[in-house]
Design a protein around this ligand. Structure first.
Ligand code: GDP
Ligand code: MG
Length: 163
């Protein structure tokens, strides 16, 4: 089993964009609309000299029998279980939402190490406020822009000791 990274978080925070960035191909489906059904994807990721498997979670599954929240939870938990580290992606421009807090609360109970990723941080205005981040209990957020390829060296620095 290669070192495995799961990308998780609520819809529309840029998980698939980050997956694409790490895999280097347009494998994941990027969509503006939250709630669009998308498959979970596994790819071969690379960052500097690190090679790993990366799992992109859609955050949703194509089932009708359960609440949105519990479907997201199931998919997330399955990916996190398989992973050596999980990247909890939040939207650095929107700040921490109740759904982010919900994810964080559940993740903190598990054994898989979690890195908090503040995506869409290409501008200075996009920084998550420290008190908000502290509430998530997952350490300092790593500011990146998956779309613009910024902050990836910070992500590398965080992954290097564990990968
Ligand atoms: P997912 O639902 O979490 O997989 O999110 P997607 O990767 O589909 O991206 C949702 C939207 O956010 C798309 O319109 C992306 O172009 C946009 N997006 C992703 N990463 C960034 C980023 O770093 N900066 C900005 N401004 N937009 C981004
Ligand atoms: Mg996606």
């Amino acid at each position: 089993m290669p070192f495995t990274i799961a990308i998780i978080g609520r819809p529309n925070v840029g998980k698939s964009t980050l997956f694409n960035r790490l895999v280097g191909k347009k494998l994941a489906i990027v969509d503006d609309q939250p709630g669009v059904t998308r498959d979970r994807r596994v790819g071969e990721g690379h960052l500097g000299d690190l090679d790993f498997a990366v799992i992109d979670t859609a955050g949703l599954e194509d089932t009708f029998d359960d609440s949105l929240e519990s479907r997201m939870r199931e998919q997330t938990e399955a990916a996190v279980k398989e992973a050596d580290v999980a990247l909890l992606v939040i939207d650095g421009r929107e700040g921490v939402t109740p759904l982010d807090e919900h994810f964080a609360r559940r993740l903190r109970k598990g054994k898989t190490p979690i890195l908090l990723i503040a995506n869409k941080s290409e501008t200075r205005a996009s920084e998550i406020n420290a008190a908000e981040a502290y509430r998530l209990g997952l350490g300092d957020p790593i500011p990146i822009s998956a779309e613009h390829g910024q902050g990836l060296s910070l992500l590398y620095d965080a992954l290097r000791p564990i990968a």
